[in-house]
Design a protein around this ligand. Structure first.
Ligand SMILES: Nc1ncnc2c1ncn2[C@@H]1O[C@H](COP(=O)(O)OP(=O)(O)O)[C@@H](O)[C@H]1O
Ligand SMILES: Cc1ncc(COP(=O)(O)O)c(N)n1
Length: 512
């Protein structure tokens, strides 16, 4: 036996005994990433080769137990183990082999995640092996069941409430003489409480509760949390502290999960979200959006030089041209509002959701109202080819691309308009017209509210860019640039098309 525990561990040696996931989100892969993310040295012994991805489990091969035993002995005969995390075991033979090895080696820390079913669906523990698993649990220092697994261990129906879950947790802790982390991830509702229970103690050692992170990318959360705790506790010996720190890290991993874009089902969490800023582009102190803005300098110059802009500023733009523009812009805004709503639906957090949902509503109520009153109820024209191209692009970017790309695609509509709005207002002031024929339109885009919304849209794009991989950042850049070019064409089109169809011009240009 070659285990030992040192009080001053800087890099604990942590062994994961678990099954595989070729898509890298759960099982062994999640364990090794989590151990490394928590500053441990990860090792792995494979219990089962699992054909699975983010949508489910298709096949499982269990290697002969002799090879499992040989793997376990290969590690423990050579390496001092500071902590062991046990995940998927799968069959009775495997459970017995691991149990005997644990009883012999007695690692200083043993965390058992009693894996039974994958998040995406698919049994990972044979039904007949559930009883055998019970014989291994007394060797655990901590058991981390999800609610269905807790119910099996407590021999009760799956808990529907947090109180029921705690009751089952107490029972399981006492029954196996081990700490139990009761996890509320499977509860219905907007909160995700976890509580650490100790045998013989009614009140939890610690209860932590946070709003649910709104993502469907939760593949491997249980594996990741248990490995992270196994690593942290080996370093500090403090169970409550380890649970708190692991949970907080996992929360960040869930918050950044959508930036990974792995698979079509329940994707993995971003284990290294906390070090992403040390890599590549995000190393620079420059904001990502600063580089986007620099990248579109040419397009901005071309917009500034447009006849449409010059005439808007000095008030000489023919009213028919403006009406044509307004007609197309109203059609654009209808779709734009839907694009913002799609972003709200895809938003990874409440703040972003609120921002985009608010934007979607604002576009409909305020801006469309301005347009409608300007157009005086005339029948809309068919969308021009430019309008159609731009709206199709926005719908695709916000509906089918990752959230980060969609957010970058809508940014020019805030930012270029805010910039054009301020510049035009300034120029219009020097034109000295009172009232300015297009003053109401200019005021909408130069308003402090719109400028603030632009800042917030930038912040969102900067934030999501920080954790986006290089390929996604490139797509964000491309989407931003494409939208800028379409903005330019959109501004150029009215003068080009002026006179294409006579307008029933609204009787007044004054709008309140
Ligand atoms: N959407 C979510 N937001 C925040 N925390 C979550 C979310 N989903 C899971 N968790 C947390 O991840 C951990 C593991 O989740 P759980 O779903 O209970 O286990 P398992 O992955 O084993 O089924 C728990 O700490 C749980 O609170
Ligand atoms: C090999 C293996 N082990 C465990 C899980 C459970 O994953 P989750 O943490 O999402 O419950 C899994 N899908 N595959």
């Amino acid at each position: 036996m070659t285990t030992a525990h040192s009080d001053s561990l800087t890099v604990p040696r942590v062994l994961s005994i678990a099954g595989t996931d070729p898509t890298g989100g759960a099982g062994q892969a999640a364990d090794l990433k989590s151990i490394a993310a928590m500053g441990g040295y990860g090792m792995n012994v494979i219990t089962a080769v699992v054909a699975q991805n983010t949508t489910g489990v298709t096949d499982i091969h269990t290697p002969p137990v002799e090879i499992l035993r040989a793997q376990l002995e290969a590690v423990s005969s050579d390496v001092v183990l500071d902590s062991v995390k046990v995940g998927m075991l799968g069959s009775v033979d495997v459970i017995e082999t691991v149990r005997d090895w644990l009883a012999d080696v007695k690692p200083p820390v043993t965390v058992v995640d009693p894996v039974m079913v994958a998040t995406a669906g698919g049994r990972l523990l044979r039904a007949e092996a559930e009883t055998a698993l019970l014989s291994l649990l007394p060797l655990a220092d901590l058991i981390t069941p999800n609610l269905p697994e807790l119910a099996v261990l407590a021999d009760a129906p799956t808990a529907n409430t947090w109180e029921e879950a705690l009751e089952q947790g107490r029972l399981v802790a006492d029954r196996f003489g081990a700490r139990v982390l009761v996890k509320g991830g499977h509860l219905v509702g907007s909160r995700t409480p976890d509580a650490l229970l100790e045998p013989g103690r009614v009140e939890p050692v610690i209860t932590l509760d946070d709003p649910r992170v709104e993502t469907s990318n939760t593949h491997g959360t249980g594996c990741s949390l248990s490995s992270a705790i196994a690593t942290l506790v080996a370093r500090t010996g403090d169970w409550a502290g380890a649970v708190r720190a692991a949970r907080s890290w996992l929360r960040g991993a869930l918050e950044h999960a959508d930036s990974l874009n792995v698979g079509h089902g329940n994707g993995p969490v971003h284990h290294f979200h906390h070090v992403q800023h040390l890599l590549g582009e995000s190393e620079s102190t420059e904001r990502f959006t600063d580089s986007l803005w620099r990248g579109c300098a040419g397009v901005r110059g071309q917009i500034d030089d447009l006849e449409f802009i010059a005439q808007l500023a000095d008030g000489s733009l023919p009213s028919e041209t403006f009406e044509w523009y307004m007609d197309q812009d109203m059609q654009y805004l209808d779709v734009y509002s839907r694009a913002l709503a799609a972003l709200a639906a895809a938003a990874p957090c409440e703040t972003d959701r609120e921002f985009f949902a608010g934007g979607a509503a604002e576009v409909v109520t305020v801006e469309s109202a301005l347009h409608r009153s300007r157009l005086g109820g005339t029948q809309p024209l068919p969308p021009s080819e430019v309008t159609r191209t731009y709206t199709d692009f926005l719908l695709a970017a916000t509906g089918s691309e990752p959230y980060a790309v969609g957010a970058a695609a809508v940014l020019p509509c805030y930012w270029l308009y805010a910039a054009v709005g301020s510049a035009l207002t300034e120029k219009a002031r020097t034109a000295g017209l009172d009232p300015h024929p297009y003053g109401d339109w200019l005021a909408t885009y130069d308003s402090p509210d719109f400028q603030l919304a632009t800042e917030r849209a930038r912040d969102i794009v900067d934030r999501v860019a920080k954790t986006a991989d290089p390929a996604t950042r490139k797509r964000m850049r491309d989407a931003f640039m494409r939208a800028c070019e379409l903005e330019l064409r959109f501004f150029a089109e009215p003068v080009r098309r002026a006179g294409a169809r006579p307008f029933a011009v609204a009787s007044t240009h004054r709008v309140v």
